[in-house]
Design a protein around this ligand. Structure first.
Ligand code: GLU
Length: 470
């Protein structure tokens, strides 16, 4: 359909997906969804020595984790540059036939000398154009660019940026060995994939005038371009490993909620009033690439964790259960076979954690009996009197007609009154017995969720640990 927005995310699989790439992917995805256009995934794997299958798989998995689904792309064929070599060749031949490109056989040693001489003069190296009019039939294929004038990049975020042609040179489209260069592949791909908006990191801005000249030489209309600022570390230098974890996978493994990651990345350099929490539907509705800030955005791990906590509190139960189950398994524990049993367990934990890892750590005892009792608490609570009280609790709980939090609370209150104690005395004793620690969600809920059989087994085991008879 004419006028339909088509955008692409074009990662080079030379590493995993990092925050900057994830944000670029998200902005493209949001732009496509907002305009009901198409989001294309293209793998830029022409650098064969640094591209790996493992990195492709990791990028694909990270995009899936973020929920950024693509309308076109792998595993369908034709979306990896290494599968597209005949298309690049065909376009190179067209440029050659039209006189917009020419062969150059300057030996690398000569070009190297010229490069070094330029460096010595503190000038940018530009190819001399020596082979322009030689009409060679082989060599490296170079794009003939205008000597005079300038190319203006009309960036949707930065406005017009002018590049004098005097600063550019006849760059190589296809190397002597027949392999196309990165900038050439990008142009041919964007043209043949009918990309209408190129949204990418602003580290690519210097490539854009070169690419525009190639579009013009091919006689293709230009796409709109938008260069998204870099993500910065707290010291305002470009975010890198020095600043800690930067791959999406690392945040996933740390238990950050994916919805929070998406919300966080969207707000990094984009805003809508002072709203912080956006549902995916709101982002799709409100996002516009023109509203993205031109300056770099500083990564703030505390804010990401705050958002993750907010999402943990409000996520739909079934979604939370689906997110938590792999973390429960990763902790060596077994989630209940019936997910309906997991949801109420997680409901008692969601307020208590910023990440899924913390959530599981706070609720380990739901999935396995305590391996040990907190020593200081055990010393005070697990004496002969503790054993006697645990025995009484066991008798009461075994006789309860229904094992609900409300019924448990009534039984505890009655027993507390009979023994002339405070509720907290029996509550802490029971908490230590069933969870192994002194902090947990409300104890009556914990007991009810464990179920009568498991709760009684743990109380009896604790009683035995007090030295009483089980
Ligand atoms: N493959 C490039 C990268 O990963 C992106 C190029 C582009 O978006 O034009 O940085």
């Amino acid at each position: 359909m004419a006028g339909t927005v088509r955008v692409r995310f074009a990662p080079s699989p030379t590493g995993h997906l990092h925050l900057g790439g994830a944000r670029t992917a998200l902005f493209n995805w949001l732009y496509a969804r907002h305009h009901r256009g198409a989001f294309v995934l293209r793998i830029e794997d022409t650098d064969r020595s640094r591209s790996t299958e493992e990195n492709i798989a990791a990028i694909v998995e990270a995009l899936r984790w973020l929920g950024l689904d693509w309308d076109e792309g792998p595993p369908a064929p034709g979306y990896r540059q290494t599968e597209r070599l005949p298309i690049y060749r065909e376009h190179a031949e067209r440029l050659l036939r039209a006189g917009r490109a020419y062969y150059c056989d300057c030996p690398p040693a000569l070009l190297d000398r010229e490069r070094k001489a330029a460096q010595a003069r503190k000038a940018t190296f530009r190819y001399s154009g020596r082979c322009r009019e030689r009409g060679l039939a082989a060599g490296a294929l170079r794009l003939r660019i205008p000597e005079e004038g300038a190319t203006v990049v009309n960036d949707l975020i930065h406005g017009p940026v002018t590049f004098e042609h005097g600063q550019l040179d006849d760059w190589i489209l296809v190397r002597t060995d027949g392999t196309p260069t990165y900038n050439f592949c990008v142009v041919v791909d964007d043209v043949t994939m009918r990309i209408t908006h190129v949204i990418r990191g602003n580290d690519h801005l210097p490539n854009t005038p070169k690419q525009i000249l190639c579009y013009e030489a091919l006689g293709y209309p230009l796409p709109e371009v938008a260069h998204v600022s870099m993500i910065l570390g707290p010291d305002r230098s470009r975010l890198s490993k020095r600043h800690g974890a930067t791959s999406v996978q690392a945040f996933r493994d740390a238990g950050i909620v994916p919805e929070a990651m998406v919300n966080y990345l969207a707000r990094l350099g984009w805003s809508h009033g002072d709203q912080e929490i956006f549902s995916r539907a709101e982002l799709v509705e409100l996002f516009d690439i023109k509203d993205v800030a031109a300056s770099g955005a500083v990564f703030d791990a505390t804010k990401l964790e705050w958002l993750s906590h907010e999402y943990l509190k409000s996520l739909d139960g079934a979604r939370l259960a689906a997110l938590a189950a792999p973390f429960i398994r990763a902790a060596g524990l077994t989630p209940p076979a019936d997910p309906a049993r997991l949801v109420p367990i997680l409901d008692t934990l969601r307020e208590r954690a910023k990440t899924l890892v913390e959530l599981v750590a706070a609720g380990r005892f739901y999935f396995a009996p305590p391996a040990a009792y907190e020593p200081t608490a055990a010393q005070t609570l697990f004496g002969p009197e503790g054993a006697r009280r645990l025995g009484l609790i066991v008798d009461r709980l075994a006789a309860l007609p229904e094992f609900t939090a409300a019924a448990l609370e009534r039984a505890y209150r009655a027993l507390t009154a009979e023994l002339g104690l405070k509720l907290v005395d029996l509550a802490q004793l029971s908490r230590l017995a069933v969870t192994g620690g002194t902090a947990s969600p409300p104890i009556f809920e914990v007991l009810a969720l464990l179920g009568r059989e498991e709760a009684l087994a743990r109380l009896r085991r604790a009683r035995a640990a007090c030295g009483g008879t089980a």
